[in-house]
Write a protein that binds this ligand. Structure first.
Ligand code: SF4
Length: 319
């Protein structure tokens, strides 16, 4: 064990220096259906203690996820590997931007040990973008997956990766480590990429997802969208078609929540009924699994959803 994250939290300006000059976008009041409980259970405190003990970062904390009270009560944490500093500066994301440090070679073993202590049957591993590394961090993802397979062979592993843009061989490296689910989020509709994901390309992300299936047709693929950034219903339906053309199995759709006044302005809150309607469209388009609700996040209820995903494929194969 070699903890590295026991340090003072960064200020807002330190976390997002590239956003400091932007005008403030007032944060709208959340509607009733977005309200969540304060995280104060003993299990939440124990999960937090374990993360600090092993020097591990979680996207639950770094992205200020609204579900942290509920998820950590069940000891479901989503690990964020390769540091807490991202080389991209997406307009929606609360993860700090800057120049990341060196990789921690102890991180795969630390995660494997923490997963054992948490008793997780399904684990989600994501990362910051590491455009500074020759392989975009693919080798480190593979090392974490291998460590988990070795120490907890019954625990299923889901990865939520960056796009590995301009890193030849990166996708192949991660697939070769055999995660059970390969997730990569499109996040938003192509029209909004230049403002919301300026460092990313819609078709690069889509291509990543179809490439995973080309390499291993049996691997489950998953992608996610946020709504509330100014996209239209028709644009979302088109993205669903694009994802089905890439043979993606599982779609998640959740409400964008603006982390600070410097982040992308929240356009509107989609209602629970609209989320249900999007789910019905997605199911009709052929996704094996759909999770669509205001508080849906890629890793929300990921273990239960993975069991359903497997059951859905088994049922499909029988017909
Ligand atoms: S939804 Fe995902 S990111 Fe949010 S608290 Fe739960 S596990 Fe963490």
């Amino acid at each position: 064990m070699d903890g590295t994250l026991d340090k003072a939290p960064l200020s807002r300006a330190e976390r997002h220096p590239e956003k400091a000059h932007r005008p403030d976008n007032p944060i709208p009041r959340k509607p009733d259906w977005i309200r969540v409980r304060a995280p104060n259970s003993p299990e939440y405190a124990e999960t937090k203690r374990l993360m600090r003990q092993y020097g591990l970062a979680t996207v639950c904390e770094e992205a200020a996820c609204p579900n942290i009270g509920e998820c950590w009560k069940q000891k479901h944490a989503t690990f964020m590997i390769m540091g807490e500093t991202c080389t991209r500066a997406c307009a929606f994301c609360n993860v700090a931007t800057g120049k990341p440090g060196a990789l921690n070679p102890h991180e795969p073993a630390n995660i494997a040990e923490a997963v054992g202590k948490l008793g997780l049957g399904h684990v989600v591993v994501t990362s910051v973008d590491r455009d500074d590394l020759d392989d975009g961090g693919a080798g480190h993802f593979a090392a974490v997956i291998n460590a988990l397979h070795q120490s907890a062979p019954k625990t299923t592993v889901e990865v939520l990766t960056p796009d590995f843009m301009r890193k030849p061989g990166a996708i192949e490296t991660v697939v070769a480590a055999r995660p059970d689910v390969f997730n990569h989020n499109l996040e938003t509709v192509p029209r909004l990429y230049p403002t919301i994901r300026p460092g990313a390309r819609y078709f690069t992300s889509l291509r990543l997802l179809s490439r995973v299936k080309e390499i291993d047709a049996a691997m489950f693929t998953k992608s996610g969208l946020m709504v509330g950034l100014g996209e239209t219903r028709e644009e979302i339906l088109q993205v669903m078609d694009d994802l089905r053309a890439a043979d993606v199995d599982f779609l998640t759709i959740g409400q964008y929540l603006q982390p600070t006044p410097k982040h992308a302005a929240l356009d509107r809150f989609w209602t629970p009924a609209e989320f249900s309607e999007l789910a019905a469209h997605a199911r009709a388009k052929g996704f094996l699994m759909v999770s669509s609700s205001p508080l849906t996040r890629s890793s929300y209820h990921a273990g239960d959803d993975f069991a359903r995903l497997r059951a859905a494929r088994a049922a499909q194969l029988k017909t």
